[in-house]
Design a protein around this ligand. Sequence first.
Ligand SMILES: C[S@@+](CC[C@H](N)C(=O)[O-])C[C@H]1O[C@@H](n2cnc3c(N)ncnc32)[C@H](O)[C@@H]1O
Length: 224
Amino acid sequence: MVKSDPADVVAGFYDRWANLYANAVRHAPGVGRLRRLTIEEMELDTGATVVDMGCGPGVNFPYLTEYIGQDGRLVGVDIAPEMLKRAARVDPASELVLGDGSRPPIGGEIDAVLATFVVTLFEDPEQVVDAWWSTLAPGGCLAMLNLGPMRGLAGALGNPLLRIGLRLTTPNAGRFDRNLLTVLDERMQAAQHAVEQRADRIVLYDSADGLFRVVVGTKPIHQS
Ligand SMILES: C[S@@+](CC[C@H](N)C(=O)[O-])C[C@H]1O[C@@H](n2cnc3c(N)ncnc32)[C@H](O)[C@@H]1O
């Protein structure tokens, strides 16, 4: 099994890429629409408390604040200080927490957790989903948007490019002796399965022949 990198290695990697990443994601075609769709499925109430895990430069923040409004509480968690600096510029009213999202450094009851392009970074996605789920209040929701290998002809053409992209954007990618697309797919499926096992309402959909995959699950109000 491939061990996770130490936190300072991961943080250093994302700190170096923060500027480039912040510019690239804002202009990535079609991704804004998927962020919005994912957040719509969270059915957030005005005034809700929502945590954006691995928030990066805060690209989700404008969509989230549209739903939770001025009375809502928006918390961004990230391991990379440079990412959080950029997130602070997007929404100065947000609370930003520097820390490891696999051990959520937040207190209080959380109405919703959002994690976009994050859960597949972890070696054990089920454990991470479990940690996020345990922060949720009854009736709260966890939403994830992730990349996955594409199907069919799109996959034959696009997956080799995706694989190169993964090599470039994975910290210390050389430590993997397996196809990174397989690792990505396994982790995405493990995270989805973990939500399916815990949720009493689930929304699943994908777009672009499976390149973008959305999973939204709601925690039961009454635990059995
Ligand atoms: C691919 S970026 C996604 C950023 C943002 N969620 C988005 O949708 O644009 C992954 C983010 O996860 C953060 N990250 C990686 N490992 C983390 C960890 N263990 N805890 C918290 N954040 C982490 C990185 O610093 C980076 O900002």
